[in-house]
Write a protein that binds this ligand. Structure first.
Ligand SMILES: Cc1cc2nc3c(=O)[nH]c(=O)nc-3n(C[C@H](O)[C@H](O)[C@H](O)COP(=O)(O)O)c2cc1C
Length: 225
């Protein structure tokens, strides 16, 4: 923890240095695996991601099985990261957030925080049930858009954490979600493949690693009023 302004600036510099260091890896070094303690931190960071109402309408499907990875690669534009990355996570979104899901979440709040289901918690529950029962009014205008957008927050948390730990990654949308749903049995459990994150270590042969980062400048991205 930084204790002075100077320490804070140093840690801000370090943090940004890692964000400049990271890039979307095109070629992983298939021989290098992420240490279990680091991997555990990345998983936990994804679990800690915020979501609308806190409902966490997602599953994070990790795929270690090489044969299954090979099948996924065929429906992922044949991208090499799918088989070469140390770790692969499919971030899947809940197709339908139901009243039961809200009730389960409220029970979890009571379990974690204690104090039982208070009238206040009941009010929160009823408000959430009202929202998820009227998908057209949800942010994004549909249940699919609503739950999908939550998965990207967890993706960001995973990518950010990896970068801070010096672990490489590539976020990936270049795949066939319907084929993923089938191969991973997601439809049966009420989820839909949204986005993939691969993690590992860059290959020395990845030409993308040396390229300058292309971003619009802050002055054109931020609108200040
Ligand atoms: C949602 C999302 C999907 C992406 N899909 C792919 C992909 O399928 N394959 C790939 O090689 N890169 C993919 N990328 C990486 C982007 O091309 C990359 O992040 C972008 O060009 C910016 O470069 P940088 O991440 O190296 O700074 C994706 C990035 C995001 C955020």
């Amino acid at each position: 923890m930084p204790t002075s302004t100077a320490d804070q600036l140093t840690s801000a510099e370090q943090l940004l240095a890692q964000l400049h260091w990271r890039y979307a890896v095109k070629r992983f070094d298939a021989s290098r695996k992420i240490d279990a303690a680091y991997w555990s931190a990345i998983e936990e960071a994804m679990v800690l991601a915020p979501s609308s109402f806190g409902l966490q309408p997602w599953k994070f499907v990790t795929v270690a099985n090489p044969a299954l990875r090979a099948e996924l690669q065929k429906v992922s534009w044949n991208q090499s990261q799918i088989v070469d990355a140390s770790h692969l996570v499919v971030l899947a979104s809940k197709v339908e957030v139901s009243k039961q899901d809200v009730v389960k979440f409220v029970e979890r709040i009571a379990e974690v925080r204690g104090g039982g289901i208070t009238p206040q918690l009941e009010g929160y529950r009823d408000m959430m049930v009202g929202s998820v029962s009227n998908p057209a009014m949800l942010p994004g205008g549909s249940m699919a858009a609503y739950t999908r957008s939550q998965a990207y927050i967890a993706l960001g948390f995973g990518l950010y954490t990896a970068a801070q730990l010096g672990i490489d990654a590539c976020p990936m949308e270049g795949f066939d979600p319907a084929a993923y749903n089938k191969l991973l049995g997601l439809t049966e459990i009420g989820y839909h493949a949204t986005v993939v994150a691969t993690f590992g270590y860059r290959s020395t042969e990845d030409k993308m690693a040396g390229l300058k980062k292309v971003r619009f400048g802050r002055e054109s991205v931020f609108v200040r009023k």
